[in-house]
Design a protein around this ligand. Sequence first.
Ligand code: GUN
Length: 289
Amino acid sequence: MTAQIIDGKAFAGDLRAKVAAMVPAFRAKAGRAPGLAVVLVGEDPASQVYVRNKHKMTIEAGMESFEHRLPADTSQDALIALVHQLNADPSVDGILVQLPLPRQIDESAVLAAIDPDKDVDGFHVVNVGRLSTGMAGYVPCTPLGCVMLLKDRLGDLSGKDAVVIGRSNIVGKPMAQLLLAENCTVTVAHSRTANLPEVVRRADIVVAAVGRPEMVKGDWIKPGAIVIDVGINRVPGAGPGKTKLVGDVDFAEAVEVAGAITPVPGGVGPMTIAVLLRNTLVAAHRLAG
Ligand code: GUN
């Protein structure tokens, strides 16, 4: 059996088009476009690519994009001062501080400074609390995108056995909360989990978010399971100096066993920005009243 390939790129394109189609109604109501502020500190090459794509797709959706690029030696106080300025700016509905931050800056202090009602990344402790108690708030973009792909494929997720591999604040933990809210039976596995292949083999839904290239092997997958690969790992490619992107799942093996699987690239990755734009439109409506 060969798995169906889940086309996250196409799904994300449709979601961005839907968001863009809803922007004119907000403009008519509020007399302005929804605004997203993105803050990048330093020169991390991967972060620069993400921020450039966010800017381009925000504009394409008919929204206002405010980009703030700060030098790598920016102090924590200066960054927090900028966040306070964006909190107070009525043309800004969503604030995203690109992670990771340089080592002199305490990430949690910066995230805590963001107005929870403009926290379109869903990283503020207030939004983490809202998610875990079932209150309306903002949900981190990547896991929300994964759930959208899963529901598109499976419909109701109730009663499914789900294994999330990875316990990060950005993906693993919020992913587990979202699957729990969808009535899945959720296991969160991590680097200290005993008998990981056996644990994964129980799952109807596998979400891999560990950042280890091709760690999840084909014989870890229950035949017919849905595999969502959040990993984006750059590894040596064919030929000298060449690199390629691979996920946390050994795609060539897993595709022979799974019922459906997200590829890397073109699976989960494109969903993050699409959900970010969706969260920003939601924030704009809530703030405009
Ligand atoms: N770095 C990697 N993923 C993300 C994300 O979703 N949001 C932010 N702010 N930084 C990231």
